[in-house]
Structures are given as C-alpha cells and as structure tokens.
Ligand binder design. Structure first.
Ligand code: ZN
Ligand code: ZN
Ligand code: ZN
Length: 381
C-alpha cells in the first residue's frame, strides 16, 4: 500500500498520507466499495445499470439514443462500445439486473438474499418500494444520496459471517449527527426533512429483520446512519456513451475521418444536453473505507474517478504529490468548489459538519478582495 491512514492531532481526526511520491495523473490507489447503490430517481428514470456494480446495461448506441431522444441515431465505430450483453443476468426471484454472474453472486452473498423481494413483480405496496418512494418524494435530483444505501448496509451486516466485524466496519465511518461547536445538525436531519424522518424510520423497520442490528434501528441509531451516508457517501458515475467516446480517441483513422467523428460527437453532446440536460450518467452513491479517510480541501491534490466504468474507485493525483504529504479530495462538486469562501464553508458545514480551514480558506480569510459574501445565493440541495 502506497498510502497510510494517520491520526492528525487536531480536530480533523484521521487523514490519508502518501508513503511515496506520485506524479500528476497517476493512480494513488484503487478500491471497491463496502457497499454501493444507484440513486433512486436515477434508477426510476431508466438509467440502466448493474444493480451491484453500476456498470451500464445499455449499449453506447442505446444510451445515445435515449439521452438524445433520437430513436434512429446510428453510432459509428460500434466496436468501441464496451457493453457485453451476453454476460448479463437477472435475479429470477425479483427481476433485478446484473452485468454478470459474478456481480449477481456477490450481491446475493453480501446483501441481496435479505432484500430480494421474492416476487417477479415488485409492487408498490412492498415496504422496500414504499421506503424508496418516501425518499424520492423529498429528495429530488440532483441526487446526492439514497436511503436504499442504508438498507444495503444493514443487510450486509445481517448476512456477514462475522457480524461483529461488519458492525465495526460500519462504525468506523464517521457517523456523528451534529457539530457541537456550531450547534448544527446534519442536513439530512434538518428541519426540511424532520417530518419525513419518522416515516422513513418506520418503513425501514418493516423492510429488514431486526436480529443483531438492534443498535442501528433505534431512532438515534437511524439518525446516525443518515449522518453516516450523508458525510461518507461518495458519488459514483458510469456511462456507456462516455466510455465509447474515450475508446474512439484510440482509433487509427485518418485526420479527415477524425474531423468528421469529432463533429459527430459535438453534435451528439449538444443533442443529449438539450434532451437530458446535465443528467447523462448512471449515478449512485458508495461507501469506501480508504477513500473515506481522505480529508477535504478546496484545493485538492487528488480526485476520485471511475476508470473501470463501474463502482471501483481510482484515486488519481491532480498534481505531483510528495512523500509524506496529506492526500485531500474535494467533497464539493466542481461548481460549488469555485464559489466564495463563505458559500463553500456553509455547504461543507451543512453536509459534512466541519468548518473548512484548508489552505485556500485560510488565505481567503485574510484577503479583503475575496471575503465578500454578497455572491451567496441560498444553496440548493
Ligand atoms: Zn456488475
Ligand atoms: Zn432478487
Ligand atoms: Zn476550504
């Protein structure tokens, strides 16, 4: 392992540090999640992904046709599509789809045995479907989380051959619900969601056996899980069409053919943008043990990417990193991290319960030009 988790002496708790130097663009480590789940609305809107690893279940052409709304669209260079439908499989009991028998087996052994609805037709009255609907009724896109990740996390504990280890693995994720200094509760526990919390909790109790996981099923235990997914959940995105685009760049074609292809791709993205807006990827959320030890910085030196087009995370260096340096990622999306210091810190406090004191925040605190807080429109969700 080229990185190590170390305890930092201030309120930051743990951090991840480089045990060797890394060149900009190189992979620092790769990691499979403890558990992951597609977002609820993303799944409802026919973004078709493996129920276990989020690999796209559409071909690049099907993906391009759906996202552009052009049913007749013909994609050139189909050999650049990586979707292999011959490997797909489906749970014969509940109908969920997987990219491979390997994913189906892993899902079944880790959590799906507990959650499989035992019926070909998922119907709306099943508690799991009700739970999902209750979540969707308040948490509209753009999505950052789903209560279904909590269900998988609990089912994973229930099915674990060593429950104590599984519980310990779960509790090692930060799961505090409030920032005491700021007297602020986590956003998912805030006023906006207060009335829904009891409903979600109630439905969750009907979805899953209680034996051995009682500590997570009390109202306080459930709040801890909401804070856990809120503060540790890492977004995952996969896409058949972007994989195809990446592959086409390696084609041995003439300059003339390349120019035609580039034009085609530009037009395709224009069409997809006007039909589907920003929602191009299969999207979900995952819990990663190592990645969750990475602290936030508004000037990060690493970023999570999904080079395998599934939920396997590759942490990539954004610049040269020296041995011994702390590895930091941005918890904010590309857009939010460009906003004012005040706006960034507000979003980080609400969603991650800490006051950012990264280099950029410290520098801007003393700089009169950028301490202006007038560009703060209310943060959306
Ligand atoms: Zn899969
Ligand atoms: Zn099933
Ligand atoms: Zn900062």
């Amino acid at each position: 392992m080229d990185v190590e988790v170390r305890v930092i002496d201030n309120s930051k708790g743990k951090g991840l540090f480089a045990k060797k130097s890394f060149k900009s663009g190189s992979i620092i480590f790769e990691e499979d999640p403890l558990v992951s789940c597609q977002f609820s609305w993303n799944a409802a809107y026919q973004y078709s992904a493996c129920d276990h690893c989020l690999k796209p279940l559409e071909t690049a052409q099907e993906n391009a046709r759906r996202l552009s709304g052009k049913a007749e669209l013909e994609l050139p260079f189909l050999e650049c599509c990586t979707t292999d439908k011959s490997k797909f499989t489906i749970c014969s009991l509940c109908g969920v789809e997987y990219c491979s028998v390997e994913c189906q087996t892993m899902a079944y052994n880790q959590y799906h045995r507990t959650l499989c609805l035992q019926t070909m037709q998922r119907n709306n009255s099943h508690p799991l479907e009700q739970l999902n609907e209750a979540w969707k009724s308040v948490h509209y896109p753009p999505e950052t989380n789903t209560v279904m990740l909590i269900i998988r996390l609990l089912a994973r504990i229930i099915q674990s051959p060593n429950r104590d280890v599984a519980i310990e693995q779960t509790l090692q994720f930060c799961h505090r619900t409030v920032n005491e200094d700021a007297e602020l509760a986590h956003k998912l526990l805030g006023e906006k969601f207060a009335s829904q919390q009891a409903l979600l909790h109630n439905l969750l109790l009907q979805c899953i056996p209680h034996d051995g996981i009682e500590q997570f099923l009390t109202p306080v235990g459930f709040q801890g899980l909401l804070a856990l997914i809120g503060t540790n959940g890492q977004g995952v995105g996969t896409s058949a069409i972007s994989q195809w685009v990446t592959r086409t760049s390696d084609l041995a074609i003439t300059d003339e053919e390349r120019a035609v292809l580039d034009k085609f791709i530009d037009k395709l993205y224009e069409d997809m943008d006007s039909h589907s807006g920003n929602f191009l990827n299969n999207e979900g959320v995952a819990l990663f043990t190592l990645q969750s030890a990475c602290n936030h910085s508004c000037v990060p030196n690493a970023e999570p990417t999904y080079l395998h087009n599934n939920n396997r995370l590759s942490l990539v260096a954004m610049r040269d990193i020296q041995e011994g340096e702390e590895i930091c990622i941005s918890y904010l999306d590309e857009c939010s991290v460009q906003r004012s210091r005040h706006s960034r810190r507000k979003q980080l406090m609400e969603n991650y319960l800490f006051a950012c004191n990264c280099r950029k925040c410290e520098e801007q605190a003393c700089d009169p030009d950028v301490t202006s807080e007038e560009d703060d429109d209310e943060m959306s969700d």
